[in-house]
Design a protein around this ligand. Sequence first.
Ligand code: CP
Length: 316
Amino acid sequence: MKKIWNSKDLCALADHSEEELRVILDTATAFKGVGERNLKKVPALRGKTMVNLFVEPSTRTRISFELAAMRLSADVVNINASASSLEKGETLLDTARNLEALRVDLIVIRHKSAGSARFLADRLKASVINAGDGSHEHPTQGLLDAFTIREKLGTLEGVRVSIVGDILFSRVARSNIEILTKLGAKVTLVGPPTLVPKTFESLGVRVAHNIDEVIGESDVINLLRIQHERQKTEYFPGLGEYTARFGLTRKRAEQLKPECLIMHPGPMNRGVEIDSQVADGRSSVILDQVTNGLAVRMAVLYLCSGGAPFAPITAS
Ligand code: CP
């Protein structure tokens, strides 16, 4: 079988072909079964060491990578950036080179600067996996979102996905756009013009500024958090107005098709971009996304370590 995945790193979904992205999803499908077993461990990365280098806060992604490495039998070290020598002025590259000197095989990095993962990947022999770099990309989030849609709907081809919220500052949105458009979904970005400028149309997506015009046609609605930490000015008058115009309120959720999937990458601001009851309702797949993230991250760690891809289990 031809080896389709040849990269030691995963920095951005924009770097990878449709075929490569399908290989990750198919490999993740095989790994998902491991998490359903009593003995949730395989020896695929025995003897390898992974470091979680999170220089920005995280709950889901950090723990998910840690568990993924453990389930593949790798050794794991978590670095608390605020208690590391980064705080004393050591450069990111010097920190990473010291990790490599300790014979670390995989570095998972989250950093506020766009391009930080690629910067390290180009300079290290170790594998570098991007766990979110500024507003640029969050590749494993894009993969787990695509995996969840494909798992629930059977395909991505022709699926209408509306991504609502702070697109301008969202690495989640950029990775979703990359994978969903490559795999045949029809993506609409929704939000105020200040956060969803028409220039996004050059990425092969539709832009809409009125959620009520698209909500009834969506097969999937993905709500994004307002990223106050990245905004240097106010992009809309206030949170109350944002919720009234773009939030998935209970009233607005009544317009959704009954089979529409409700997604959110987390962390959620309940009552702002999504009503609390809607977030916990029958159509929500928010916790399925978290479960699937583990399988996707197992697949990414395995493939970037040189593992042979698994054959497709699903058709598209
Ligand atoms: N979705 C996501 O990246 O969540 P965390 O910030 O908790 O990792």
